[in-house]
Each structure stands twice: as structure tokens, then as C-alpha cells.
Design a protein around this ligand. Sequence first.
Ligand code: ADP
Ligand code: MG
Length: 340
Amino acid sequence: ESQLNPNYNFENFLEGDSNRLARNAGIAVANKPGGTSFNPLLIFGGVGLGKTHLAHAIGIDIKDKYPEKTVLYISAEKFTQQYIDSVKKNNRNDFIHFYQIIDVLIIDDVQFLSGKSGTQDVFFHIFNHLHQNGKQVILTSDKAPVDMQDIEQRLLSRFKWGLSAELQSPDFETRVSILKNKLYRDGVEMHDDIIEYVAKHIKTNVRELEGAIISLIAQSSFNKKEITVNLAKDVVEKFVKNTKREVSIDYIQKVVSDYFQMDVNTLQSKTRKRHIVQARQLAMFFAKKFTKASLASIGSQIGKRDHATVLHACKTVDNLSSTDKQFRKYVEDLSKKLSI
Ligand code: ADP
Ligand code: MG
């Protein structure tokens, strides 16, 4: 099964300056899969900017034009899982063979492969085989290849062979047309003033834009209120607040461990190695700072420690950041990464 979502088609992917290059490259690839110099086509950009949607749209269009071609969409995470399973079950070769006979391979969120050398290795071989045989590869990533970390050089250089096209945040006009299109498809009528109010205040990503309009519709129907600019104000305000400060302890641990290039298990482990202890203390400090969780709850989520340990960690971070320049830099860098 190709696993393509039929709603994620080109028609529903509204064009604007922010996505024109990527969208047109996608159309070119869909017209001649494997037959353009955009191979691989790598679509990159931040969260909620339409990478997955565009990747599906290309797959759907190819399926329409070339029904005989096999198109496979898979997330890098699932691909990794399948690979690990194949190794466990001793059928790594079947896994490789399965992917080598596909005409169009779409892998979403390849940044997930960072640090996973086994999966990178197997993907390298699959990629080479497909490319040599004129098959199309489409990738998405949250970063441009130059900014990718912990991806083998030989794979990165393959990523750069074709075209890397960025999806940027849509401008106001595009945000309005995305909202109008969505409302139209859902059969909901809304006054232009309100649509424009939402589009003006929610700028960062399209998923949030859609989320805000969905909450607005829900609010009005639950409370049997008319959708007015005032209601939109309320909803948008709450929405912005909620999405802004929703940093979870898991997320903090992930950001801190990425920053120190360790995995979360290491950060949580019982080891007393200094740099690991410091990473753990920083995670506790930020969990205290950025979440409403109690000391006890922070402790239990960060390697099953007690509340006294968390309290001690917070004090240590405070002290070290006033006495140790390097440590202060860690705190500043991490603060930046964690404030959305
Ligand atoms: P990403 O994979 O980059 O995180 P998605 O592809 O999941 O983002 O997009 C998030 C949401 O925004 C989806 O519902 C998608 O349909 C919508 N979206 C993104 N860009 C556009 C666009 N240009 N036109 C219409 N909808 C869009
Ligand atoms: Mg996505």
C-alpha cells in the first residue's frame, strides 16, 4: 500500500511565494518521475509548513499519471523500525530488496535518521540502487542538508545531488487563501474580517493556522455563539498562549540530550560522569523553569529521581551559571532552543 492521504493533493496545496519553488519542483517531478535532475527532490522546512502534504501530493499525482508505477510513502521513523525488525528476523536482504524494486520512494522526515548509522547504511545502498536505475527519490527534512547533523557524509552528498527546495512560512495573503480553501472544503462560512484576523495573528505555521480556525468553529458550535471578531480574538489569544508554552519534560530532555550529543537514556542514567550529571541537572532546571510540573514529578520523569535531587539540581545550575562562563553559555543556548 502506498499510504497516501488523498486530501493531501496538489489542488489543496495552495501556492504562494513561500512554497512556489518547492511546489513547482514537485509538479515537475510528478510529470516525469526519475526523469528530471531533481533526483532526489529534498523538501525542507520547519514544523507544519507542508512538507508531508507536498510529499503526498507528488505521490498522488504520480499514481494518477502513471498507475503502473509503484509509489511508496514512508516516514523515516517507520523505515528505521522496519529495518531494525528485519535485522532481528534475519531478513535484512528481503528488506533491501523490497525497497529496491520501488519506482518512487518517498521518505518523510529524514532528520530522524541522524545518529542511526545502521539505517543510514542500508538507506545508502537502497538509494544508490534506485538512483542508478532512474527511479525517483523524494525526501523531506526539517533542515537543509548543510545543517543536518549526525548523517554520514556520503549520504549527505547524495541528498545534495538533486534539488533541495525550502518551504518557508507563508505570507499573509497565502495564509488567507489557505484558510479560505479549508473553510470552503469543510462547508463552513466565515466572514472575511474574521479569517483575516486569524491569518494576521497566527503566522508561524500552517498547522497552527488550521488549528486555530478549527477551535474557533468548535467554540462557536459548542457555545451556540455566532462567530464574531471578538470570539475570534478570544480563541486566537488562548490558542497562541497554549501553543507557545507547551514545552513538555520529554521535549526538554530531548533538546538537552541533543545539545550534548547524548541520547535520552544516557541523560537519565545513574552515571556520575560530570558532563552527564550536568546535562541531567540542566534538564531538571529547565523542566522547573518551563513547565508547571512539581519537583517530585520532574524527578520521576527524569531518571526516577526524588524531589530533593531536582531541588539540588536547580541550585547547582543557578550557582554554576554565575561562576562558570562555559556553563552559562550552555544555559543561554538551551534557553534559546527551548523558547519557542
Ligand atoms: P510538515 O510536514 O511540514 O510538518 P504538514 O505537511 O503536516 O507539515 O502540514 C501541516 C498542515 O498544514 C496540513 O494540514 C497541511 O494540509 C497544511 N498545509 C501546509 N501547507 C499548505 C498549503 N500550502 N496549502 C494548504 N494547506 C497547507
Ligand atoms: Mg510532516
